[in-house]
Every structure is written in structure tokens, then in C-alpha cells.
Write a protein that binds this ligand. Structure first.
Ligand code: URA
Length: 183
């Protein structure tokens, strides 16, 4: 499958009802050549309007961190577990996560990342392990198949609780160090 085919498959997807309430499919932003893939939860209102992930307040905060830690624009790729916005930003249901996982698998095959960073608990539980604890395991590295994976706080958690700012910065520094080591 190539990018055009994946985009078409997502646009035509009827595996869950979210396709009927969304405005736009949200597939990705960043470099499709990157070795580092960030995976968030699901599009919010701004993402649904623009068709791009992490462009609202949480995304703007994420971008500030990425610049502050020194990631080159071309060094990362950003996407979500879900490609369609859940109405009123409710949490994704397990059935929706499972329905959308095929698309993420194809996306991962096309990107071939070496590092996958889960932004928030929903992505970490779906991709690393179902009982992932953000408090206890944020920033910890897991080797899964050919990927190095870790879960870090979702930027919206930092917007809600500024005492987590330092943790977020340190975890992203660890991601940068892993990227520099791997490439
Ligand atoms: N939160 C997410 O998890 N993903 C987005 O794209 C925007 C907000």
C-alpha cells in the first residue's frame, strides 16, 4: 500500500461510526522520512477542521517543546491512534481504537520508524501495554520488535498541570538522545 492508497482507505473507512461525524480525516504531519514517530490519541476540534494532527493548543505546546529540545523539523512524524475526531472530544472507545489500528499499522509500515513515542495514556496503552502507568513508566524505554518505544505525558496534561513541565522536557531530551544514538 502507498500513501495515496492509505489516504483513500482512511477517507472511505466505515469500520466505526466516527467517519460519519468527522469533518476531515486527520492522517499526519511532519516528515514521512523520519525515524521518529509520535502517536497521539485522536483529533480534536482544530485538527478536525484543518485535517492536520496536533495543530490546536496542545499541538502548539508540543511544537514549543520540540524546538526547545532541539529536534530538527525533518526529524519527526506526528499522527494519532484515531484518524477521526470523537464527538465533543470524548475518549476513544476500545472498539474505535481496534477499528483504526489497521490504518496505523499501514502508516507505520510506510514510515518505518525506529522510535515510536506515545503521547498520553491512550496511545501508550494501545501500543506499549494495556496496563501502562504514565506516573510510573513515562520516559521508560521498551523494545518491541524492531521499535524502541516509550510513553510520555500528553501535551494537554502539561496544559492542565504545569508541575509536569520539567518531566516533559526531560522525557523529550531522552527521546532526542535515543534518536541521536540510533541514526
Ligand atoms: N490531541 C491528540 O491526541 N491529537 C491531536 O491531534 C490533537 C490533540
Amino acid at each position: 500500500m502507498n500513501w495515496n492508497e492509505l489516504e483513500k482507505k482512511c477517507a472511505e473507512c466505515d469500520k466505526c461510526p466516527l467517519g460519519t461525524t468527522k469533518t476531515n480525516i486527520v492522517i499526519d504531519r511532519g516528515s514521512r522520512e523520519a525515524k521518529l514517530m509520535f502517536v497521539g490519541e485522536a483529533p480534536g476540534e482544530t485538527e478536525d477542521k484543518t485535517g492536520k494532527p496536533f495543530v490546536g493548543l496542545a499541538g502548539q505546546l508540543l511544537d514549543k517543546y520540540l524546538v526547545a529540545v532541539g529536534f530538527e523539523d525533518e526529524s519527526y512524524y506526528i499522527c494519532n491512534i484515531l484518524k477521526c475526531r470523537p464527538p465533543k472530544n470524548r475518549n476513544p472507545q476500545q472498539s474505535e481504537i481496534e477499528s483504526c489500528m489497521d490504518h496505523l499499522r499501514e502508516q507505520t509500515r510506510l514510515i518505518k520508524p525506529k522510535i515510536i513515542v506515545c503521547l498520553g495514556k491512550v496511545a501508550a496503552c494501545a501500543l506499549i501495554k494495556p496496563d501502562f502507568s504514565m506516573t510510573a513508566e513515562h520516559g521508560r524505554w521498551f523494545k518491541k520488535g524492531q521499535f524502541m518505544m516509550c510513553g510520555i505525558y500528553h501535551p494537554s496534561a502539561i496544559l492542565r498541570d504545569s508541575s509536569k513541565k520539567e518531566i516533559m522536557y526531560k522525557d523529550l531530551e531522552s527521546v532526542k538522545a535515543m534518536l541521536d544514538e540510533i541514526i
